[in-house]
Design a protein around this ligand. Structure first.
Ligand code: HEC
Length: 171
């Protein structure tokens, strides 16, 4: 009987001092936004709050027809913040901080080429709408991140819509 008791006590101790705090910690992290840094951001969108579980940009479907320089086929995901910004028509006054938009760029035969994302991070780059830009490869390596000149230059054409090209979903 003693052995069983000791076993029970061990399980109880493990639960109290290890499993429960781990669960609370993991749960807390999902609500915490990443810094404007490539690896941290990538970990966030692939592991902490996986973007494949997010909504698609309203009015778009998977593998919609793309435009240069992005893929021929595109799939665009938005996190909750970005979705609420789009739904509230905030494209002109600016999307809410914490918005993330992830665009998967595919070839004509729907092979993933790379993933280009934008993340609205307070104070990151006030002259550029505070957007953090990042490109990552299908095997989850950061190809480029930060204030990427090429992205900012082209998206600068739609600065009046907070640097976003895709048309807002008709309400
Ligand atoms: C030459 C112009 C050009 C360049 C350079 C460019 N983009 Fe885009 N981007 C577009 C266009 C056009 C769209 C809209 C495509 C569509 O229909 O989804 C777009 C869409 C996006 C979107 C979806 C949100 C939106 O604006 O509609 C993201 C995210 C994005 N681009 C990220 C990037 C990143 C990151 C880079 C740099 C690595 C980059 N783009 C470089 C033209 C460009």
């Amino acid at each position: 009987m003693k052995a069983i008791n000791r076993y029970n006590v061990t399980v109880l101790l493990l639960l109290t001092f290890f499993l429960i705090p781990t669960l609370i910690w993991a749960n807390g992290r999902a609500g915490e936004m990443p810094g404007a840094e490539g690896e941290e951001f990538l970990e966030y969108i692939t592991e902490v709050n996986p973007y494949h579980e997010w909504a698609l940009w309203p009015g778009t479907e998977k593998f919609y027809e793309g435009t240069e320089p992005h893929g021929i086929r595109l799939t665009t995901y938005v996190n909750e913040k970005a979705l609420s910004g789009i739904e509230q028509g905030m494209l002109e006054e600016g999307m809410p901080y914490g918005s993330i938009i992830v665009k998967e760029n595919y070839s004509a035969d729907e092979e993933l080429i790379n993933v280009t994302s934008m993340y609205k991070k307070h104070g990151f780059n006030p002259e550029g709408g505070d957007w953090f830009w990042i490109v990552h490869t299908p095997d989850k390596q950061v190809a480029d991140a930060g204030r990427i000149g090429m992205c900012m230059e082209c998206h600068g054409q739609v600065k009046h819509r907070d640097y976003l090209f895709i048309e807002a979903h008709e309400q």
